[in-house]
Design a protein around this ligand. Structure first.
Ligand SMILES: Nc1ncnc2c1ncn2[C@@H]1O[C@H](COP(=O)(O)OP(=O)(O)OP(=O)(O)O)[C@@H](O)[C@H]1O
Length: 469
């Protein structure tokens, strides 16, 4: 295969992966014997198994209707064929199956199967969709800031007080909100999220508060419950609250005062037992000064303020996060976890991560997807992170030519053999070299910690761990 063909093939695979992940109903791809060869995230969710486990199973493990395998073997297309699937908890669910056969040289080689629930979802079933994915255990990182944040959030999780989470985009505000819900007495209830910036102003009101039949042209027969009602006995997460238009800020304030809502076009006042968690990356204080955000609403929301610091202010978390996402994507894509060259790792550590953990997650997915060798070098990193550094040599030369504290890799210790380094080993090397460069005095360790972008306490912890080895 030529390099161009190999590139096109990889791109095509990524497109297929991307398309499958966008589909919200479960999809299984099977070979001619019914063995699962691919599945999307919705399938992982329905059958409560990871992709890696799904790939060890056959169709019969998930579908109670034996006829389906016969259709796969014959390569017969199906449209809305009634089947019963057996979900992750062993429950049988009636579904409609679409079968798209895969042929090679006119021989059936497998099929793509899509399953949709047969009956219309009831309102109650819709509520069940609002389940959380995250708990505090999913908030990774050992920096003092993250440990303190988790401690405070755990403490306030049990109460019903309103929480306001601030932090830059991609820092994990929604992860934190879900974790609080999970640790609260409302965890059996729904967690309903709405992004105030993503919904057009005209629709936001009816999405939040619902509407009565005939409230406006196009309103559904029987009306529709809004997110407040859907979150009954649970938690409502108002993301990007700073983007809420002024007329809705006033309405939200009333709801928070009275704990009741009125649907659009309705007159009945409905009590809503909902815990509110709001989040924003905007500077609400400045917005109050400029008249864009209501001060009275701000104080109603600001009962328990939490702040998620940006990744660049807690760089010690990078090691843990890189390790975690590297393994996650390697498992997902059925690849071996990669090794990092010291320079590539240093490049990730030096980068300022404006998109925070979301950007880091995407970067590692990119690296695992595109990296063919076992070693991640600088040239494997996305251009934006590589910046002006285009090669390992480039960085090494740059490091060696600088006599400033930002060049500890140019210390008396020769640069480690990159190919031999695992992520953990690379981290050890960086720490040891920084200490060697700046000295073992308290001041030296302080400088080393500053250079590495970690706290002094973390540096001491790592050195203690190393001394025990
Ligand atoms: N501490 C963490 N450990 C592991 N993954 C995390 C952590 N924090 C966030 N993430 C991941 O980062 C991504 C972004 O998180 P999330 O959506 O909660 O950020 P956000 O601050 O709400 O972003 P936005 O303001 O853009 O809505 C998610 O995929 C999440 O899984």
């Amino acid at each position: 295969m030529t390099e161009q063909e190999s590139k096109e093939r990889k791109l095509l695979l990524q497109e297929v992966e991307g398309l499958l992940s966008l589909i919200t109903v479960p999809i299984l791809v099977v070979d001619a014997t019914g063995h699962v060869i691919h599945a999307n995230q919705a399938a992982e969710h329905v059958w409560q198994r990871s992709l890696a486990v799904l790939l060890t199973k056959s169709l019969q493990a998930f579908v109670a209707t034996s006829k389906l395998l016969g259709f796969v073997k014959k390569g017969k297309p199906l449209r809305d064929f009634p089947v019963e699937i057996v979900d992750g908890s062993g429950k049988r669910l009636p579904c409609l199956c679409r079968l798209h056969p895969l042929y090679i040289d006119q021989k059936p080689e497998g099929a793509i199967l899509q399953f949709t629930r047969q009956q219309m979802e009831t309102e109650q079933e819709k509520n069940r969709k609002y389940v959380t994915r995250y708990t505090f255990a999913d908030i990774r990182g050992n920096s003092e800031a993250i440990i303190a944040l988790k401690d405070s959030a755990r403490k306030i999780a049990k109460s019903d007080s309103t929480v306001l989470i601030r932090g830059e985009s991609g820092t994990g505000k929604e992860v934190l909100a879900q974790s609080i819900h999970q640790a609260s007495s409302r965890s059996d209830g729904p967690f309903v999220a709405i992004n105030c910036a993503a919904i057009p102003e005209a629709l936001l009101e009816s999405e939040l508060f619902g509407y009565e039949e005939g409230a406006f042209t196009g309103a559904k027969k029987g009306g529709k419950a809004g997110r407040f009602e859907l979150a009954l006995n649970g938690t409502l997460f108002l993301d990007e609250i700073g983007d809420m238009p002024p007329f809705l800020q006033a309405k939200l304030l009333r709801v928070l005062q009275e704990r009741r809502i009125e649907r659009v076009g309705g007159s009945e006042s409905i009590p809503v037992d909902v815990r509110l968690i709001a989040a924003t990356h905007k500077d609400l204080d400045a917005m109050i000064v400029s008249g864009q955000f209501r001060e009275d609403l701000y104080y109603r929301l600001h009962v328990i303020p939490l702040y998620v610091p940006p990744l660049r202010e807690r760089k010690e978390d990078l090691y843990d996060l890189i390790h975690y996402y590297l393994k996650l994507f390697a498992d997902k894509l059925g690849k071996e976890p990669k090794l990092f060259s010291a320079q590539a790792l240093k490049c990730l550590i030096d980068y300022h991560w404006p998109g925070n953990i979301r950007e880091l997650e995407n970067t590692l997915e990119y690296i695992v997807n595109l990296e063919i060798g076992d070693l991640v070098t600088i040239s494997s990193l996305p251009a934006i992170i590589r910046g002006s550094r285009t090669s390992e040599e480039g960085l090494a030369t740059q490091s060696q030519s600088q006599a400033t504290p930002s060049a500890p890799l140019a210390s008396a210790t020769p640069a480690p053999q990159a190919a031999e380094l695992s992520l953990e080993k690379t981290e050890e090397q960086l720490i040891l070299q920084a200490v060697q460069r700046f000295g073992k005095s308290t001041e030296g360790k302080r400088k080393a910690a500053e250079f590495l972008g970690i706290s002094v306490a973390t540096l001491y912890r790592r050195l203690q761990k190393l001394s025990r080895k």
